[in-house]
Write a protein that binds this ligand. Structure first.
Ligand SMILES: [Ca+2]
Length: 405
C-alpha cells in the first residue's frame, strides 16, 4: 500500500476505491485525462535513462491529488509579519529539542564539521526549521504530488522539471517508493531537498550506496552540510550580527545590494548590540532592517548568503541564523519586533485566543496562529459589539476582550 504512512490518505483511497466500485463504469474522464498526461512524461523519462519498469511502478495507482492543488493555491488571509514568522520558527520548544539533538548527534556533528567546515548549530537549525528534526517531513508521496502539479497548470513548469529527477532517485533505489515522501511541493525528507537539489548535492555519508535523506539522519545532515559548503560557506564565521543604528540613519537608504565592509558600516555609527567589536572588520556586509527603525536591524555576512541558497527567503535565513545562535546559548534579539494595532505578538495572539475561547466562540488549540477559526471567532465578536466586521485580530479587540475578562 503506497500511502501506508498516511492514515488520512488511506481513508481517502478506500473511499475513492469504493466510489469506483459503486460507479462500476471504470475510470472517470478526469482520471483518463490524468493517466494520459502522466504518459506524456514517458519519452522525457526514457531519454534520461528511466526504465519502463520504474515508470510503471512509480505511477501505479497514482491519481490526481486535490489536496496538493489546494495547498499550491492557498492564499493566507493574514500575511505574517517577519517577527511573527521568526517567533514561530525559533520557538522555545524547537530550541530545547535542538539542544537535545546537539547531544544525541554529537559524534556525527563532530565529523561533519571536520569534513565540511559548516557549524553544527547551523546544521541543526536547518534540520529544525525544515522538518522539525525529521518529525514533519511531509506525508505526501513525491511522485504523486509532482504528477498532480505537472498535470494541473499550477506550478506545472516547476513540477515538470522535478518529475524525471524524482523517477531517477526511485530507480537508483535510494529510497523505497513507500518512503519517498515529502511536502505537497516535492520537498523531501529531513532536509526538504527538491529532486534536482537532491541530485546535485545529496551525500551518502554512511556509505551504504544510498543517499537516504528520508530515513538516515547521517545522510540527511551530511547532505545539508555539503550543500552549504558548495554554497560558499566560510568555516568559523557567523551569518551576521544584530546591530544598533544611530538615530539619524535611515536604513531604507541602504538596499540589499549595498555592500560595505563592517568597518565602513562602523564609521556610519552602526555597532553590535552587545557593544563588542566586529571580529573581521574587512568582511563585506549588507544592512537588513525589515521593520525599518521600529524593529531589530542586522548586518548580514557571506554565510547568510549561503543560507539563502537553501531557501531564498530572507525571513527563513534569519530564522536559521537566529536559531543557530540560540542553540549555542545566545539570547533573543535585543530589540523587540514592533507590535502595534496591526501586529499582535505571539503571546498576545495566544491571549486573544484564550479570551475568545472563554467566551465560547472559539475552540481548538491555543497556538497563536491566526487561521480561519480565529478569524471567524473575531468576526463573531465584532458583530456582537457592532464593530466593523473584518476578522482582524487588532490590539483594540484584544483590549476590549481583556476588559470583559
Ligand atoms: Ca546512505
Amino acid at each position: 500500500m503506497r500511502f501506508a504512512r498516511n492514515p488520512k490518505a488511506l481513508i481517502l483511497a478506500a473511499v475513492s476505491g469504493l466510489l469506483l466500485v459503486l460507479a462500476s463504469a471504470g475510470p472517470s474522464p478526469a482520471a483518463d485525462r490524468f493517466r494520459a498526461c502522466v504518459e506524456r512524461f514517458w519519452p522525457a523519462a526514457k531519454a534520461k535513462g528511466v526504465s519502463r519498469k520504474t515508470f510503471d511502478r512509480a505511477f501505479q495507482g497514482v491519481t490526481h491529488d486535490p489536496e496538493v492543488i489546494e495547498s499550491a493555491t492557498y492564499q493566507p488571509e493574514y500575511v505574517k509579519p517577519i517577527g511573527e514568522y521568526i517567533d514561530r520558527a525559533v520557538s522555545e520548544k524547537r530550541i530545547e529539542a535542538g539542544k537535545e539533538k546537539l547531544i544525541e548527534q554529537k559524534a556525527l556533528l563532530d565529523a561533519l564539521e571536520k569534513r565540511y567546515g559548516v557549524d553544527r548549530h547551523i546544521l541543526v537549525a536547518i534540520w529544525g526549521v525544515e522538518s522539525n528534526y525529521g518529525t514533519q517531513p511531509g506525508d505526501k508521496n513525491v511522485i504523486s504530488s509532482l504528477a498532480t502539479l505537472a498535470c494541473s497548470g499550477t506550478k506545472a513548469k516547476f513540477a515538470r522539471s522535478q518529475l524525471v529527477p524524482a523517477l531517477k532517485i526511485l530507480q537508483h533505489g535510494d529510497v523505497s517508493l513507500e518512503a519517498m515522501n515529502g511536502s505537497w511541493a516535492g520537498a523531501m525528507g529531513h532536509t526538504q531537498f527538491i529532486p534536482t537539489t537532491y541530485q546535485a548535492y545529496a551525500v551518502d555519508w554512511d556509505g551504504d550506496g544510498r543517499r537516504n535523506i528520508w530515513e538516515d539522519i547521517p545522510d540527511a545532515l551530511a547532505s545539508t552540510a555539503s550543500y552549504l559548503r558548495v554554497s560558499k560557506w566560510r568555516p568559523g564565521q557567523t551569518w551576521g550580527y544584530e546591530v544598533r543604528l544611530p538615530k539619524r540613519l535611515n536604513p531604507r537608504r541602504y538596499g540589499h545590494k549595498t555592500y560595505k565592509t563592517l568597518a565602513q558600516w562602523r564609521k556610519l555609527g552602526i555597532v553590535r548590540v552587545n557593544g563588542e567589536a566586529f571580529p573581521r572588520p574587512g568582511d563585506k556586509a549588507t544592512l537588513f532592517a525589515p521593520e525599518g527603525t521600529k524593529g531589530p536591524a542586522f548586518l548580514l555576512l557571506n554565510n547568510f548568503r549561503s543560507i539563502l541558497r537553501y531557501n531564498v527567503a530572507k525571513s527563513y535565513a534569519l530564522a536559521i541564523g537566529h536559531l543557530s545562535d540560540r542553540l549555542r546559548g545566545g539570547g533573543r534579539f535585543v530589540r523587540p519586533w514592533p507590535t502595534d494595532e496591526k501586529r499582535l505578538s505571539l503571546e498576545q495572539r495566544m491571549e486573544l485566543q484564550r479570551l475568545l475561547m472563554a467566551r465560547g466562540v472559539l475552540s481548538g488549540d491555543i497556538d497563536g496562529i491566526v487561521g480561519p477559526d480565529t478569524l471567524a471567532a473575531v468576526k463573531i465578536y465584532q458583530r456582537e459589539k457592532k464593530l466593523p466586521v473584518d476578522g482582524f485580530p487588532s490590539q483594540t479587540i484584544l483590549n476590549m476582550l481583556r476588559k470583559e475578562g
